[in-house]
Write a protein that binds this ligand. Structure first.
Ligand SMILES: [Zn+2]
Length: 490
């Protein structure tokens, strides 16, 4: 079996063949740090994190970079509106990104380059383009000469002449040679931050940032470049023109783009005002449910954000948690090693999961396999307390093997730690609030379970019920089994 990835550049699913296996280089266009992120931005971070985790699961040695655009028109405008220094604003929302990413189980990138730390690389790249006749300076600005790059439009499947018709309508920068040309470097305006350059003080255009940072950190040709589908044109088209124009080599082997999050079938965006920021969502739902909702559909399809979807995700997470926790509590600390049969059963589940994910990261199919395994686990669990000792022992081995394989499948989806380690408080945003099953707490609960059993044998049922209800109020649910009582977190 081989992993297949849908490549936006060829519009086909291709066998994944990285340039220098097992190494994989990966770049994701990161946030412009001027505001809170909405659930659509969060989808990109979560999807790309899932892709990265799955590549690691498949044995690849992934080197992943995700930038921060920390200088841009939006940052300058917002800083002026708020009267807050632009770099302070950018740092505040960079910190916010890390907080939200951590809450959603998104791993830190190997490299988080900031645009303002790479100005010399951007200037050098613009100079390279100038030397090749692909860029020209006009009054302190520098533009890319789109018509001089033959394959412009190839990534997004656009024809330069069609683009021109659209562009003519809003020709504002009349100093450009051609309306299609885009800015590589912008001359400074009064009061704006600026850097010295061969063309005078100014700042980089947005597109040149990613070309320069991707090539500087990961090499001239990388394996995967990703972003939301709205970045295909013009951002990624321009990045490709800049990088390939300068080096003459292929810039990216696989272009990967995720679909929108819609709200009542309309694209969610800041300009439409119909978006939810990720912290608003995390105040209402646990992070595991939010992440689950964001990967429950195939990454290239649009998903509709709704309360119903989040509630369904929460119910799904609860089913997984309950099945695995119950089995593990009943197995106790000396979980049996799997025999040949149980190992085969677990391997078959993992193979089905891998087959789903190998098909262009089909998380929907992979999640389907997890639920089949959960159902088999729940069925096997009933046998653990059955009369015949041999059957009970076999059921214990099956449960141990299946619970372990469910963890193995949840890990590359980024859900394992969110479901089992992060506590289950409604607000996932406060990292310090996470409970975790500390030893001491576990012992205290075991003590209460013992006290409840003693109360029951002394026929003090009101006291026994009181212990159970008070624990339930703390989201600790007791479950009575023939072999004893176990506790689960809700
Ligand atoms: Zn970018």
């Amino acid at each position: 079996m081989s992993l297949k990835i849908y490549n936006t550049a060829t519009r086909t699913k291709e066998d994944f063949a990285p340039l220098h296996p097992p190494a994989v280089t990966m770049y994701n266009c990161g946030p412009t740090v001027y505001d809170y992120f909405h659930i659509g931005n969060a989808r990109n971070f979560v999807v790309v994190d899932t892709v990265r985790r799955y590549l690691i699961f498949r044995g690849y040695d992934v080197r992943f970079a995700q930038n921060f655009t920390d200088i841009d028109d939006k940052i300058i405008n917002r800083s002026a509106e708020r009267g807050e220094a632009w770099d302070h604003l950018a740092q505040r929302f960079t910190d916010y990104y890390f907080q939200m990413a951590e809450a959603l189980g998104v791993m830190r990138a190997d490299i988080h380059p900031k645009a303002t730390d790479h100005i010399p690389h951007m200037i050098a790249l613009v100079q390279q383009l100038e030397a090749k006749g692909l860029a020209y300076a006009r009054g302190g600005d520098v533009y890319y000469r789109v018509r001089a790059f033959d394959s412009y439009g190839k990534l997004s499947g656009r024809n330069v002449d069609d683009l021109l018709e659209g562009a003519r309508v809003d020709v504002t920068a009349d100093q450009k040679e051609d309306p299609l040309d885009f800015a590589l470097w912008k001359a400074t305006k009064p009061g704006e931050p600026s850097w010295d350059s061969p063309w005078g003080p100014g700042r980089p255009g947005w597109h040149i940032e990613c070309s320069a940072m991707s090539m500087h950190h990961l090499g001239e040709t990388i394996d995967i470049h990703s972003g939301g589908i709205d970045l295909v044109f013009p951002h990624h088209e321009n990045e490709r023109a800049q990088s390939e124009g300068a080096t003459g080599h292929e810039f990216v082997r696989y272009w990967l783009h995720n679909g929108f999050v819609t709200r009542d079938a309309e694209k969610m965006s800041k300009s439409l005002g119909n978006f939810f920021t990720i912290n608003e969502v995390l105040e209402k739902y646990p992070a595991a449910s939010v992440r689950f909702a964001l990967i429950s559909a195939h990454y290239r399809h649009p998903i509709d954000y709704s309360e119903t979807a989040l509630k369904e995700a929460s119910a799904a997470i609860a089913r997984i948690r309950e099945a695995v926790q119950t089995a593990e509590k009943l197995l106790g600390s000396n979980s049996p090693a799997p025999g040949t049969t149980e190992k085969q059963q677990a391997d078959a589940a993992l193979d089905a999961f891998t087959t789903g994910m190998d098909d262009d990261f089909n998380t929907q199919r992979a999640i389907g396999v997890i639920f089949e395994t959960v159902a088999t686990l729940n069925e096997a669990r009933k046998g653990m307390s059955s009369g015949a000792p041999e059957e009970a022992a076999a059921a214990r081995r099956t449960c141990a093997a299946l619970a372990a394989v469910i963890h193995s499948m949840l890990e590359p989806l980024g859900l394992d730690a969110l479901i089992f380690n992060a506590g289950n408080e409604a607000a996932g945003t406060d990292a310090n609030a996470t409970g975790g099953d500390t030893d001491q707490m576990g012992k205290l609960i075991d003590l209460l379970i013992e006290a409840r059993a003693m109360a029951k044998s002394a026929k003090q049922f009101a006291l026994a019920d009181h212990i159970r209800d008070q624990l339930a109020a703390m989201n600790i649910r007791l479950q009575d089994h023939p072999t004893g009582t176990i506790w689960l977190r809700d």
